[in-house]
Ligand binder design. Structure first.
Ligand code: CAO
Length: 416
């Protein structure tokens, strides 16, 4: 295999649960040496959460910690702390997503880390940035609520809704990974490390930026024509929930397909792109709509979106979602099947591209995971199983110059 993009970068990985581990997993997939530091005897809490096999690390853990090594060390004991400081001197990046204040209580303030290793990049996920919620502990759904996703997801007549996509955790992990790579690049000129912070609220808001766009449009004009509230309903003073309406300038909707009565995922997303309008009319058997003034222009159609999608749905209900895809794609009509997790797990193209991967694990046997979704032509990713708790403690310590007696001493002090 070619040398990988981040070969030679050493990451001390103090992350746990999901947000931080997704970040360090990406760094590992790009070739960084990621050393996960865990508490002796316990480790990352997710090892034991949502277990499907007694005694085996959970899928929650295994699917977020590929290609890493695990070292156990009690950072609160003097021996463990001293060892940790030696590791910091030899690494490039320290990544953590502890609750606010935890790292300081361990004696690892930014000032101390910078003193130990001026080239060290200290990267953190926190729930919130500076402000009134700065000290709060945060999990995924809290971030979705605080970052603007929940208030803009769901239907107009229902409560705020949480998305199945883990935009608070994995979304923030992605942001942090980019910050780390940028800081590593800046270090090549400056020679200095820096702090990198990705608050979950900010990351979610960044992913919801089109809704902040809409807030300003609403404030200026009092209406938004692509929203389902137009033309009959009322707009308040904040961006409303838009159901399954398309977020862009091209109206879209989720429509039933053949079999929807039995299969909860027999649906297709259908976009009435302006350029494809004549083809859409011909496919659904409404060629008269091409010239009809009520339907001929995008602006005219916005007044009739409900009946238009009802008519298109009468057509999609005569086809399976895959049959509809086959036909619509012949005419470049933008559409997409609603795929279940079962269908995605079995998708041959995703298997072939390495995005869905089968991994062998010594305790749980074989399991399925999502591989690296980012493909670098000169830095291919080989997904390796997650480490067992403390599997690489001695190996890592020896590589960092710890003598066998020192390793034995750490063990005796129960620091590893
Ligand atoms: N040796 C000794 N102690 C260790 C250790 C080690 N190797 N690793 C962790 N610990 C200790 C810490 O020192 C800390 O102890 P203190 O509170 O006594 O200082 C404790 O373990 C971990 O603290 P925590 O508060 O981070 O963990 P938690 O389970 O109570 O909270 C979470 C979890 C996620 C809510 C919190 O870490 C958090 O808000 N993180 C930031 C936001 C975030 O990333 N959220 C995403 C979570 S994924 O949905």
């Amino acid at each position: 295999m070619n040398a990988q993009a981040l070969a030679g970068v050493r990451v001390l990985d103090f992350t746990h649960v999901q947000s931080g581990p997704t970040c360090t997993q990406l760094l590992a997939w790009f070739g960084a040496d990621v050393i996960k530091v865990e508490r002796p005897g316990a480790g990352d809490a997710t090892r034991g959460q949502l277990r499907d096999l007694p005694g085996a690390d959970s899928l929650y853990f295994t699917m977020l910690n590929h290609n890493k090594r695990s070292l156990t060390l009690d950072a609160k004991k003097p021996e463990g702390k001293a060892a940790l400081e030696r590791l910091i001197r030899g690494c490039d990046v320290l990544v953590e997503n502890f609750a606010p204040g935890v790292l300081d209580r361990m004696g690892l303030s930014w000032e101390r880390v910078h003193e130990l290793n001026p080239r060290m990049i200290l990267a953190s996920v926190k729930g919130f940035g500076p402000g009134r919620y700065e000290q709060c502990k945060v999990y995924e759904n809290v971030a979705q609520c605080a970052g603007g996703s929940a208030s803009t997801t769901g239907f107009d007549d229902g409560p705020p809704m949480i998305s199945g996509a883990q935009i608070g955790d994995s979304g923030t992990g992605l942001h942090l990974a980019l910050g780390i790579v940028a800081a590593l690049y800046q270090r090549t000129h400056s020679g200095r490390g820096q702090k990198v912070l990705a608050p979950m609220q900010d990351a979610v808001l960044n992913l919801c930026r089109v809704k902040l766009r809409d807030q300003q449009r609403l404030q200026r004009t009092g209406t938004m024509h692509e929203y389902p509230q137009y033309p009959d309903g009322n707009f308040g003073d904040a961006v409303p929930r838009a159901g399954n309406a398309s977020g862009g300038g091209q109206p879209g909707s989720i429509l039933k397909c053949k079999g929807w009565e039995r299969d909860p995922n027999a649906y297709i997303y259908f976009i009435t792109q302006a350029a494809a309008w004549p083809a859409i009319c011909r496919v659904i058997g409404e060629a008269g709509w091409i010239e009809d003034e009520a339907y001929a222009t995008p602006a005219a159609r916005l007044l009739h979106l409900k009946p238009i999608f009802e008519r298109i749905e009468r057509w999609t209900m005569t086809k399976t979602k895959f049959e509809a895809m086959e036909i619509l794609n012949q005419y470049d009509i933008p559409c997409g099947p609603v795929l279940s997790m079962k269908e995605l797990a079995e998708d041959p193209a995703l298997r072939a591209s390495g995005t869905v991967v089968e991994v062998e694990h010594p305790v749980r046997g074989s399991y399925l995971t999502v591989g690296n979704p980012i493909k670098l032509s000169d830095s291919p990713t080989e997904v390796r199983r997650s480490p067992l708790l403390g599997e690489h403690t001695e190996q890592v310590l020896a590589e960092f110059g710890f003598a066998p007696e020192e390793i034995a001493c750490l063990r005796a002090a129960q620091a590893v």
